[in-house]
Design a protein around this ligand. Structure first.
Ligand code: ADP
Ligand code: MG
Length: 238
């Protein structure tokens, strides 16, 4: 497998506070990758640096072999980096389909009818077809998370970064979102899953990295990572 994303010696601070220190990791094309760590360990900040919402002051970020560190977010989206947000904020007075037409037209550079066809196809893939005409303000938690993933899919990404898409969901809802991420991966999309629900990370990931206080404390297969004393201490509170 060739590397899709290569992060080298990345550091990011806010004022004097080091949110990320010397983070180095590589993610292969087609990989299912888990990123874990306690609250405040820097997971979202790392994703913000990769997607271009934040600029890291040190280190490089290569995507498909190209340095993207200085590119604005929309340029990175065009190259195939998509992320979902931890807290979905759809336009509440718009329908589910209308919410998707905005990114599908502008990010995907599609005509109205093409945008509509693609948005409907993604809604079908994500099991949201029934809700296409519903106001997004009427959606349940799990439906909102699916809409958020559907929005991220507008750019037809090579890499999808899911930021805690399962937080607060029931067991069967977690399974639904997990299946969606597996299906997208089976279509060739590389997936980074950030998640607190250890069971979900274990089932999904081929490889897991654990952050603590902005540093990588260990990396490995999911079954080995949960046995690491640092992970038990930092993440599982043992
Ligand atoms: P996680 O996603 O792992 O919970 P975050 O990346 O959100 O952690 O946050 C890492 C640390 O950086 C936290 O201490 C948080 O308070 C701080 N932080 C995140 N974003 C900002 C910001 N925009 N300004 C200042 N501090 C921030
Ligand atoms: Mg976070």
């Amino acid at each position: 497998m060739s590397e899709l994303l290569e992060i080298n010696s990345l550091s990011k601070s806010f004022g004097g506070f080091a949110a990320l220190t010397d983070v180095t990791l590589a993610i292969a094309e087609g990989e299912r990758f888990g990123l874990i760590g306690p609250n405040g360990s820097g997971k979202t900040t790392l994703i913000n640096c990769v997607s271009g919402m934040l600029r890291n002051e040190a280190g490089s970020i290569r995507f498909s072999g190209e340095e993207v560190r200085r590119l604005p977010a929309y340029q990175r989206t065009r190259r195939g980096i998509a992320r979902s947000f931890q807290i979905p904020r759809p336009f509440r007075s718009m329908t589910v389909l209308e919410n998707l037409l905005v990114p599908y037209q502008y990010v995907g550079h599609l005509r109205d009818d093409e945008a509509r066809a693609q948005a409907l196809e993604v809604l079908r893939d994500l099991g949201l077809s029934q809700k296409a005409e519903a106001l997004s303000s009427t959606l349940s938690q799990v439906e909102l998370r699916k809409l958020e993933l559907a929005r991220a899919m507008a750019a037809r990404p090579k890499l999808l970064i899911s930021d805690e898409a399962m937080a607060g969901l029931s067991g069967s809802e977690v399974d639904e979102v997990l299946k969606i991420l597996f299906d997208l991966n089976a279509k060739g999309i590389t997936v980074i899953m950030i998640e607190h629900i250890m069971q979900a990370v274990m089932r999904f990931s081929q490889r897991v990295v654990c952050l603590d206080a902005g540093r990588i404390i260990c990396e490995g297969a999911p079954e080995s990572i949960v046995k690491e004393p640092e992970v038990q201490r930092a993440y599982l509170g043992a």
